[in-house]
Design a protein around this ligand. Sequence first.
Ligand code: PMP
Length: 282
Amino acid sequence: RTVYVNGEYLPEDQAKVSVFDRGFLFADGVYEVTSVLGGKLIDFAGHAKRLQRSLDELQMANPVTEDELLEIHRELVRANGIEDGLVYLQITRGAADRDFAYPKEATPTIVLFTQAKPGLADSPLAKTGMKVISIEDQRWGRRDIKTVQLLYPSMGKMMAKAAGADDAWMVEDGHVTEGTSNNAYIVKGNTIVTRHLGTEILHGITRAAVLRFAREAQMVVEERPFTIEEAKAADEAFITSASAFVMPVVEMDGQPIGSGTPGRVTARLREIYLDEMRKAAV
Ligand code: PMP
């Protein structure tokens, strides 16, 4: 594989980052994951915009312009022959003598690589639906910044696997925040409920697009907190993320949601999302 590191395209075994990099020592870095379908990038502009917001919140310099970033994404997709897959991008504050205070002068580290995922939009889970469990949300309080600090979500994924499930929905003060790496939704009748934006959840790029399409299709959207009990009593549930798109959830803590099979509203949103985003792909 060809990867990109600080201005260079290199074979992956020749790419290097300093042991003093603050991404490695402090998780002082941010990332984005952009899907590739048919060799084209899905919602690149959305990811570039959120990247800038994450960097601004951490007072971190952006080493590339949006045009340069697009060019790097495209070059890696081309060099690695990606039809369907992902482009991962990470920017850290860079290498500096270890100190909690941000260094006065550090050159950001920027790394991009691709992952091939043949048939990304035809995942079997889209047909069967996912099983989720509920767990306590024990992450830090600035989940709106997309940092590389992902250990608790990783633990949550392991808890889900140990319980024979596919993922975990996290709960804080009795209300669902989000999935380990996705935004969470329930459907009751024609109404879609998902948590409102704030510092408690990541502002999903897919979430923004899906809610726009839902409103355009005359569905009712309520952005408010909901409970696990409400989820268990819902007609349908689903998650969204840049790599899973819209994915049905059919079981919560071992109990079926609705009919226990992927719902009609979920299926329709997935179809609209994929159709529209493929059309707009760059
Ligand atoms: N919430 C969390 C915690 C995530 O990690 C992700 C995926 N990065 C999302 C939501 C979904 O965001 P997006 O639609 O931008 O991929």
